[in-house]
Design a protein around this ligand. Structure first.
Ligand code: R5P
Length: 226
């Protein structure tokens, strides 16, 4: 079993009958979706789900996980999602796959938000991974200028056929800040820029982070209560 699968399967153990599950996006969340489908088939697990991307929606549909229209829900019991970096405070960088906006909306409405990562994602300080920032296409060159004034190099993400476009019809600016001294302060500064829709910093949102190790072990990290 690979390390991402290990963390994902540990998280899926927390899922119980009757829950509404938020499905994350990416190569780690992929394993969680597969395990949920397997538990439904083998154990008769009775769940419904909402998806954080077209990709995860398609995967869930392919594996027979019933999806609920977002208009019909008021809250999510538990969301399971990956991350690009996790620091000691359990702040995250997300959006490597471009799904950060929908992921953040689902996380914000989840009673429990479980993050699943392999050990390579644990860092002492966020920022080595370029921070994804979702921006509207209109005047994106000007928005990029404002982002750079915050001290990063910012480039629009490319795709095979031009500029990468999110499920929401927006662009992603990948911002290299180097080490981020104050993630919460940067989060506020980024979202104050007109044209920025949302950024990939998830501040104090994780209820738990499940880390998979190459040794086959897992570690559960919980936020320190102050
Ligand atoms: O937009 C994508 C998401 O934030 C992913 O959850 C994140 O990039 C981690 O992806 P992966 O599990 O593929 O490393």
């Amino acid at each position: 079993m690979n390390v991402k699968q290990l963390a994902a399967e540990k998280a899926v153990q927390l899922v119980q009958d009757g829950m509404l599950i938020g499905l994350g996006t990416g190569t780690t969340a992929y394993w969680a979706i597969l395990k949920l489908a397997q538990r439904m088939k083998l154990e008769g697990l009775d769940i419904k789900a909402v998806a954080s991307s077209k990709q995860s929606e398609d995967l869930a549909a392919e594996y027979g996980i019933p999806l609920v229209p977002l208009a019909e829900i008021t809250a999510i019991d538990l969301t399971i999602d990956g991350a690009d970096e996790v620091d000691g405070e359990l702040h995250l960088i997300k959006g490597g796959g471009g799904a950060l906006l929908r992921e953040k909306i689902l996380a914000a409405h989840s009673k429990t938000f479980i993050v699943i990562v392999d050990e390579s994602k644990k860092v002492s300080q966020l920022g080595h991974f370029p921070l994804p920032v979702e921006v509207v296409p209109f005047a994106s060159n000007l928005t990029l200028q404002k982002l750079r004034e915050l001290g990063c190099t910012a480039e629009l993400r490319a795709s095979a056929d031009g500029i990468f476009v999110t499920d929401n019809g927006n662009y992603i600016a990948d911002c290299r800040f180097g080490k981020i001294a104050s993630p919460s302060e940067l989060h506020e500064q980024l979202n104050a820029i007109p044209g920025v829709v949302e950024n990939g910093l998830f501040i104090s949102m994780a209820s738990q982070v499940i880390v998979g190790f190459n040794t086959g072990e897992t570690e559960i990290l919980a936020p320190v209560k102050r």
